[in-house]
Ligand binder design. Sequence first.
Ligand SMILES: [Fe+2]
Ligand SMILES: [Fe+2]
Length: 310
Amino acid sequence: MKSHLKVCSTDLAGYPYQNPHYLQTRKRINYLVDRYLSVEILSDRLFDTIDQFENPCPRRWELIDWHGIVPSQIVGVQPELFCRIIAGAAEIEAPISAYAKESWEYLQHFHPQMARFLGGTFDDNGAVLELGVWQKEERQHSPTFKKIYNVLTGEKLFTIPNSVQGYCSTGDLRQDVYNHMISRISTEWGAIAVYLWLMAHSTGTLQQAIAQPLQDEVNHLTKFWGFCRWAFSESYFHQLKGSTNNLISLLKHHQYERTHGKDILSSANISRAVELSFIFTRVMVRLRRWNWELSPSTLLHLYGNPPKFS
Ligand SMILES: [Fe+2]
Ligand SMILES: [Fe+2]
């Protein structure tokens, strides 16, 4: 019994099955959702917003033991597919500096503190004075996944950055910010789902490395979610509620479509698509459960008086 517990403690997804079947993989996914997206953790990350507005500071990462990562830590899936998903993960939010500037442009007049959290600050000539916390956290992700890919395959990964549109005004600021934040939420949500899938299919040092960006994404998702609840009350939630299909269509309309994410949503990898759908649903159920806890007074405390639109 003692040695069994010891083995479990090295696997962040619970019991380390050697070759898990679908139900065992689901068990691992549920374990990860409970571990990294508990209602307590989600609330803690949301309340951290106050500190981040006053004293911006990126979340600290645990050290990654790069020499400890080996291909045998891939669990229950072909290493080729696992590495393709790692390659896709490296492209999800790249190029981050352009995304950060884009978010700043949308938010600068709407909520300057949130604009600073995402995009930092600029001088009158547009030169960067300070990077946003979101950008500082995100800019570690792509290099991390590239390095994991390199360690697992021995090959260098060349990523194709997404094209970033920048601020496109329709003349309706509320609608513009709404659409922009929904796309940010869907990207964070998609990243969380993909990283959870990778963690359910890995163990040891490899899994611990992926846990670092995962926790950043949970941090971002809670802050963006809370912000949208504050700014748009329940109306935005109705757009996100519903089935997994809803989220997948959101993702397909976003940049993730052009990454390897479509590989695991295609019928060629039907069992992987089923697992990913299960993760989307689990995360959604957890967020909806947490959403009940968000009171208007809490959101007022975090973000100030809700914006008024004529
Ligand atoms: Fe990221
Ligand atoms: Fe993110």
